[in-house]
Ligand binder design. Structure first.
Ligand code: SF4
Length: 325
């Protein structure tokens, strides 16, 4: 059996909060708190949860855009956290990111052709004329017209700019792409076009994705497996099919219940989440979800549930709830 592309063990990312005259650390934001999972070649893992649950921080920590506080990241057999900054820069060829707002990450003074040529120039991959050919091919691959080459980012719509962001991410034919809320800022009509493009590219370039989103409906479309995050921890992890058919954690059930149903007159059992995600600086005792959970008991207030397998199939169904069954 082929080894996993990505293996993450006990990953933590804490941000210090500094105070006082000397700016000493006085508290920590537990943004990612002891997260473990594996990702196979060609697989897409959806990371989902409300804003502030740590999913974007996890995605960026995997690429060492944030330096993890503790844990292990093994990528394609390599211990990523042991790499020097220089070695990591070279490895970035295989690990790319698509941002939610490509506009803020595109230099307004550079043409799209120059933006897309940059990765090839940095990694010294071809002569000027060879790079021009590669850039034109990239534009075609992501569905942009050839004249986009000489135009500037402000001349494009949000959807077109996201196509540029995708073209830049696939330019060096990476193995893994972290897509950080890539369709959240787009109109619903454009969202499905971008999702379909990502699905097609996955097949064509044998990519793996970590797909970050707050919307479970979006995640369903693209993911093989889904990890639901709450306050820096994974609370449920299973195949996308199983998650929607048999959600086991009360938080997942509430997120699924909140998905709007498009058909007129369709009804769904309502289980709307009340309150906000608690502060990750001072998380609640016991189960982090207990202040919002409709099933919470006294036990939940004091005892933290372990992430355990409740599945009966080969693929694990991990849930952290005392009463998942
Ligand atoms: Fe709710 Fe208790 Fe399960 Fe936490 S452990 S999700 S509070 S029932």
């Amino acid at each position: 059996m082929q080894a996993s592309l990505l293996e993450v063990k006990g990953l933590k990312k804490y941000f210090p909060i500094r105070g006082g005259f000397f700016g000493k650390p006085v508290a920590k934001v537990h943004a990612v708190d002891d997260v473990s999972f594996t990702l196979q070649h060609g697989e897409t893992l959806g990371l989902v949860g409300e804003s502030g649950c740590g999913k974007s921080t996890l995605g960026r920590s995997l690429l060492r855009l944030y330096e993890p506080t503790a844990g292990e990241i093994h990528f394609d057999g390599l211990d990523l956290l042991s790499l020097s900054p220089q070695e990591m820069r070279a490895k970035r060829r295989d690990l790319q990111i698509i941002f939610q707002d490509p506009f803020s990450s595109l230099n307004p003074r550079m043409t799209i052709g120059q933006v897309l040529a940059e990765p090839f120039i940095i990694h010294k991959l071809g002569s000027s004329s060879e790079i021009t050919i590669k850039v034109r091919k990239l534009l075609d691959t992501v569905g942009l017209a050839a004249d986009a080459h000489d135009r500037y980012p402000h001349e494009f719509s949000g959807g077109q700019r996201q196509r540029v962001g995708i073209a830049r991410a696939i330019a060096l034919q990476p193995k893994l792409i972290v897509a950080d809320e890539p369709v959240s800022a787009l109109d619903v009509s454009i969202q499905s076009q971008i999702l379909n493009l990502l699905v097609d590219l996955r097949k064509e370039f044998k990519l793996s994705y970590i797909f970050v989103a707050h919307d479970l409906a979006v995640i369903e479309h693209i993911s093989d497996k889904v990890a639901v995050m709450y306050l820096g921890k994974i609370v449920e992890y299973t195949t996308a099919k199983n998650l929607y058919a048999r959600p086991a954690h009360p938080y997942t059930k509430a997120l699924i219940a909140a998905i709007p149903i498009p058909e007129l007159g369709a009804k769904k059992e309502k289980q709307i989440l009340s309150g906000d995600v608690p502060s990750p600086i001072n998380p609640p005792s016991g189960c982090y979800f207990h202040p919002r959970c409709p099933l919470a008991t006294e036990r939940c207030k004091v005892e933290s549930p372990k992430l355990r397998n409740i599945g009966q199939t080969e693929s694990p169904h991990l849930v952290s709830c005392h009463y998942a069954e």
